[in-house]
Design a protein around this ligand. Sequence first.
Ligand SMILES: NC(=O)C1=CN([C@@H]2O[C@H](COP(=O)(O)OP(=O)(O)OC[C@H]3O[C@@H](n4cnc5c(N)ncnc54)[C@H](OP(=O)(O)O)[C@@H]3O)[C@@H](O)[C@H]2O)C=CC1
Ligand SMILES: CC(=O)N[C@@H](CCC(=O)OP(=O)(O)O)C(=O)O
Length: 347
Amino acid sequence: MSALKVAIIGATGYGGLELIRFLHNHPEVEKMDLFTSSEEGVIFSSKYGHLLNIQDVPLQKIDYETLENYDVVFTSTPSGVTSKLLPPLVGKGPKLIDLSGDYRLKNLQDYEKWYKKDPAPQEIVDQSVYGLTEWNEKNIKEAVLIANPGCYPTAALLSILPFIKEGLIDPSFLVIDAKSGVSGAGNKPSRTTHFSETNENFSIYKINEHQHIPEIEQAIEMFTGVKTAITFNTHLVPMTRGILATSYAPVKDGVTTEDLTECLMETYKRHPFVRVITDANTIGTSRVKGSNYCDVFAKIDERTNRATIVSVIDNLVKGAAGQAIQNMNVQFGLPQTTGLDVVPLFI
Ligand SMILES: NC(=O)C1=CN([C@@H]2O[C@H](COP(=O)(O)OP(=O)(O)OC[C@H]3O[C@@H](n4cnc5c(N)ncnc54)[C@H](OP(=O)(O)O)[C@@H]3O)[C@@H](O)[C@H]2O)C=CC1
Ligand SMILES: CC(=O)N[C@@H](CCC(=O)OP(=O)(O)O)C(=O)O
């Protein structure tokens, strides 16, 4: 199927802007409409001047009858919005791809505990499919509602899952240390994202309390069968885009760096967006900036017999809009790279 009609709710946010950037060039998207909860009628390019002559269209009011006519509805809204917004649309026609955390956690008590908000209805959460494309393609193909993964979980999981699945590392001592650019916090200014408090500052936040902890643990169990508790912490870096996640875990006896590299190569040999890096000097967020790539690398520290596992993504692309479109491509039987085949910005 081609000539897709897509709707974006939350188009004015950072995730929404990236959806627009890629969907504008997507060869199978025939119609793209933008929806808002607060700025009905505003011409999009008057708000975002870089889209002049590209999106000179009015923002539309969110309306169920209208939304039912699309093939795909992307929601890129803060947590706590789609838990209420999406249930009436489930099964009404469009494929739903939610970029927020509202449908990721299968256990509603986990959602309440980590997001401190009311969860979506259990029967709808039960229908959602976790959209980590490289690991869940079969289920994504059939899904009516996709819970697009969080940015940090995407980066961490793509690099650690192969080793846990193949039993090369001991996941009970897994430590994930992750750093993000400020766009990860969305476009709403806050004290912590204010230039004068982020510039020349490198800070840790939500220590041992980040909402992506249960998401990563759930995905590890879902894709490898291993139930484990992780240590996961997040840092804010004074840059706009990018996540670098470094994970540490003991390796099983006899496992070498070559075994780890081979495991990554084998896992991702058919997957165009995960690149296995062998030269440690070429890993960095600028190598994936603006693109849907995730670069992964692993090396054993022979003194400690622990593996250092590194991955980088652009939080707004592979960590959000890019992966969402990759999932749409899978759902409609298109090559995963359709509309996403761009070269990273690098400089
Ligand atoms: N930024 C990132 O790197 C990543 C973000 N995510 C997740 O994706 C989602 C979107 O993130 P991001 O784009 O950064 O967020 P932003 O804050 O930049 O944008 C969110 C948009 O949601 C819309 N919105 C706000 N309240 C409501 C509401 N009550 N009903 C409908 N729409 C509403 C707003 O648009 P309007 O006022 O026009 O309706 C706003 O522009 C979040 O859940 C975030 O956690 C996931 C991965 C990475
Ligand atoms: C830098 C920064 O603040 N990043 C955000 C990532 C937001 C996100 O992806 O959260 P959801 O689970 O709600 O989708 C954070 O750490 O909370």
